[in-house]
Design a protein around this ligand. Structure first.
Ligand code: 5GP
Length: 139
């Protein structure tokens, strides 16, 4: 069963498509958090960012980079929050990688990306050193 976003790519369900190239597509979110809320996807179905091949990841970033100023200018936004819910635990509902570009306006009542996490951990310096070393060894 293909995802709802694959169905958009295939033209099986309608969407307000704002950009398309060989490997990526961008369209308006059906339930926008702000005017101009746009989703950028790889056309091929990958559930998480972790699954996206390097070349498609480059294409995806290129499209995000192109769309951010286009979205901001079109709705005269002061800023944008640009983010992925990467995995169900992080709030991802559609299992097809998508980047949210959410226009932000002075006094819109929203928060920074720091607002998405729960309680902040109290980490000692040696724990931070271990985590940094572990990530570095895998990057
Ligand atoms: P997630 O929680 O997976 O990061 O976000 C999924 C997003 O997809 C939501 O913001 C939701 O409004 C949007 N969405 C879900 N179904 C559709 C659809 O059929 N068309 C469009 N354009 N957006 C959708």
């Amino acid at each position: 069963m293909s995802t709802i976003f694959t169905q958009i790519v295939e033209g099986e369900i309608p969407a307000r498509i704002v950009y398309e190239d060989e490997t990526t597509m961008a369209f308006l979110d059906a339930n926008p958090l702000a005017p101009g809320h746009t989703l950028v996807i790889p056309k091929d179905e990958y559930e998480r960012l972790n699954d996206v091949p390097d070349d498609v990841a480059s294409d995806l970033y290129e499209t995000i980079h192109r769309l951010v100023p286009a979205v901001e200018d079109s709705v005269d936004a002061d800023a944008t929050t640009v983010a992925f819910n990467n995995g169900e635990t992080a709030g991802q509902e559609v299992p097809h990688v998508h980047c949210h570009i959410v226009p932000r306006f002075e006094g819109d009542g929203g928060g920074p990306i720091h607002a998405v996490a729960g309680d902040r951990p109290d980490l000692a310096d040696d724990e931070l050193d271990d985590i940094a070393a572990d990530i570095e060894s895998r990057a």
